[in-house]
Design a binder for this molecule. Sequence first.
Ligand SMILES: [Zn+2]
Length: 240
Amino acid sequence: MAVDILAVAAHADDIELGCAGTLVRWKAKGGRFGIVDLTRGEMGTRGSVETRDREARQAAEILGAEFRETLDFGDGGLRQTRENELALIEVIRRERPRLILTSFPDDRHPDHRRAGELTTDAAFYAGLRRIETSFPAHRPQQTIYFSTAYVHAPTFVVDVTEAMETRRAAVRAFASQFHDPRSTEPTTLLSAKGFLEAIEARARHFGFLIGVEFGEGFVSKRPPRVEDPIAAFEGFEPGF
Ligand SMILES: [Zn+2]
C-alpha cells in the first residue's frame, strides 16, 4: 500500500526536528507516511549506530510511520552516486508517495545539503520510464524542503500546534543525541544546553507567522494552490 508522504533525510532525527509535526497531523487525518534515513549515523559524535537505530525505531513508532528504512549512503560524506540515486528511486517507486519532504539543499551540514539534492533528483528521475528498476515509474507531485541548521524563508507554514506533544516525544526518543547532564560523551551542537529550546522557539516563530502556537515552515519551488485567500490569512489582525 502506497504512502502519501515520504520524508527523506541524511540522519535519523533530522525528520523529527524539522517536519515531524506535519507528518503527525497527516496521520491524524487518516493519511500514511514513511521515513527514509539515508545514512546509519556512524560518524555521530555521541551514541553508537546500534543506539541510534533503536532510538530511530522508537521515534518512528511514536510518530506513527508506516515504515522507517535506513540506507547506507555514508554519514559524514554522503555519496551522491548513481548507485545511491537508483537505490532511492527504487524506494520512491515502491512506496509511490505524492509528496516528498527533505532537507533544504543549503545547510551548515554538507550531508543535509547533499541529501536534499540527491532526493530532489531521485524524485524526478523516478518518473522516467526508461530508467528501469524493479518497480514501475512514479513521480511525486512535489518535493518540499524543511530547514535544518540554517533557516529559510518559508513558502508556506503548516499549523502543527496539535502535533507538538507527539513531536517532542519523538525527539526525546533520541536520548543519546540531546542534552543530558549525566552524559560523559563530548558535547555537540545538538546536545548543547538550549538546543531543543531553540528548535522549539523556531516552531513557535513559524507558528507566529500564521497566527497559531506552533508551525513548521517549508520551502517549495512551486507555490501551493490556495482556494480561499481570505481564509488563508484569517485571524491575523484584530479588529481595531
Ligand atoms: Zn542531520
